[in-house]
Design a protein around this ligand. Structure first.
Ligand code: GDG
Length: 473
């Protein structure tokens, strides 16, 4: 992990306010438990400050921020038109950056006007921040929707410390060539003081891209310089509120699952996204069913996958493919009293999810590309440590860097994946306990609070941009 841990909390705690920018922002006064939104809420409660996020799309977009709700810190939305929502959010963010950063250049939908809308929205956000930021405020930008905001802030003369955390993987130098704006990317990254990513592998990819830029230079201490500005690229693996998740899982009452006797339960929980490897997962389960010992208990694989970004073509395609694959597997293997695959294409309550994690014997977390994957961490936190289930984890989840004790699989290799399912279902208690103990240690140590503190402590220690400007004159 990056330098900067909880021991630095006291002396480096930021003096100014914290200004957070994220695409999603809670609109009501209730902040959903768990996840990133909760972590930002927690950080803002401690430091004070404000949170800026996208408002509901309207017909016209002014440059003013709109204050929403009330509470321990301020929340504001920036305006966005329906057309910008289509072009900046569904278009450039989710049909260019998302597929490219998840190694799916075949799904790119490149339109110049989408990029123009992205620039427009990033510029609007930067101008709004420039109007309200005080010199000591820390500015913390979340994710790929705002890769240009820091660059725009510098152009406006904002010298505050600015960090960005990228929740998704970073593409390699050759993949990034598919981005029409490839030449601009190093300048966008270099405009931050801290550019945070999930894993060491991602740090490596950012480095590869920066090395292609003749203006970027790496220093002996691992920091970078571009046009006189020093900046860092560091890994901060995101975590969860493990205590609260474990509590919820213990207290959850389970829905009736109608499993046969003590039949094993395999579980998958994912937003319905092509990066999550759901079709490969279904096919691997199909292969497992094909070869399973007919005398062994009949397992049920429950996949929860609520639709997301249903307005983007690639998401409609994956949904169709999944329906077909699930139908074919159940058609082939179901019996009168047994449906091996249950696929729920709907949002399920968090407490129910927590209870299902605890009940599950095996959790399948097998993305083809994923920044981190919080489901892997939630499953580990929810398990009973006396009799824990088994996490089957893809090499391509960011969590794989911390979770070597999971049962690792290559999701593209359906045969090996099917064998891993079989091994997980048969794993002796002793081995399950050993593996789970190692994973649990990580999940309860490197929590969401740890992540926030580590990032903000590092950002607060970054040399002031103003000092940097003075030095370079
Ligand atoms: C991005 C990166 C990175 C899912 N279905 C339901 C539901 N969920 C919850 C899970 C989990 C969350 O959604 C999904 O977390 P992930 O980490 O898998 O994924 P992304 O949304 O892709 O997020 C990812 C993350 O940012 C954080 O940095 O880990 O790699 O892609 O919390 O439990 N929750 C409820 N009902 C559902 O039906 N309540």
């Amino acid at each position: 992990m990056a330098d900067g841990g909880s021991s630095e909390r006291e002396e480096d705690s930021p003096r100014g306010r914290l200004i957070v920018v994220s695409n999603r922002i809670p609109k009501g006064n209730d902040v959903p438990a768990g996840g990133l939104v909760h972590a930002i809420d927690d950080a803002l409660r401690r430091t004070g400050g404000l949170w800026i996020g996208a408002g509901e799309p309207t017909d016209e977009a002014g440059s003013e921020l709109t204050k929403i709700g009330d509470g321990a810190y301020e929340r504001h939305t920036f305006a966005i038109t329906h057309e910008e929502h289509d072009r900046y959010y569904l278009g450039y963010s989710n049909a260019v950056l998302w597929p490219l950063f998840h190694h799916r250049s075949d799904l790119l939908r490149i339109y110049e006007r989408d990029f123009e809308a992205y620039v427009q929205v990033n510029r609007r956000v930067a101008r709004a921040i420039a109007r309200i930021a005080e010199p000591d405020d820390l500015i913390w930008i979340q994710d790929y929707h705002f890769l240009m905001v820091a660059h725009e802030l510098r152009a406006l003369g904002v010298a505050n410390r600015v960090g960005l955390f990228l929740h998704i993987p970073f593409p390699t130098a050759s993949e990034v060539m598919a981005l029409p704006q490839v030449a601009m990317l190093p300048a966008w990254v270099a405009a931050h003081d801290v550019f945070g990513v999930q894993t060491r592998r991602d740090v490596g990819s950012v480095r590869e891209v920066l090395r292609e830029d003749p203006k970027c230079q790496i220093l002996n201490d691992g920091t970078w310089v571009r046009e006189g500005r020093v900046f860092s690229v560091l890994a901060f693996p995101i975590g969860i509120d493990a205590e609260s998740f474990a509590r919820d899982a213990q207290n959850a009452s389970l829905p009736r699952l109608t499993l046969q006797g003590n039949a094993p339960l395999l579980l998958g929980v994912d937003r319905l996204d092509y990066s999550k490897g759901l079709v490969d997962r279904f096919e691997a389960f199909g292969q497992y069913l094909e070869h399973r010992d007919p005398d062994s208990p009949k397992p049920t694989f429950l996949q929860i996958a609520p639709t997301s970004r249903g307005d983007v073509d690639a998401y409609r395609d994956i949904r169709e493919k999944l329906d077909q694959t699930a139908g074919a597997i159940n058609g082939r293997h179901s019996e009168l009293d047994w449906t091996p695959l249950r696929y729920v294409n709907r949002h399920v309550d968090r407490t129910v999810i927590a209870g299902l994690y605890r009940r599950a014997d095996v959790c399948l977390v097998t993305p083809l590309a994923d920044g981190m994957n919080l489901v892997a961490k939630e499953f580990v936190a929810a398990q009973d440590h006396e009799d824990p289930g088994v996490l089957v984890l893809s090499h391509f989840a960011g969590a794989a860097e911390q979770f070597q004790q999971a049962l690792m699989v290559n999701p593209f290799d359906h045969h090996a994946f099917a064998l891993a399912i079989d091994r997980a279902l048969r794993m002796p208690l002793e081995e399950r306990r050993e593996r789970h103990a190692a994973l649990r240690e990580n999940v309860f140590t490197e929590t969401i609070g740890w992540w926030t503190d580590a990032f903000l402590a590092r950002l607060a220690r970054a040399p002031r941009a103003l000092d940097q400007i003075m030095r370079s004159i």
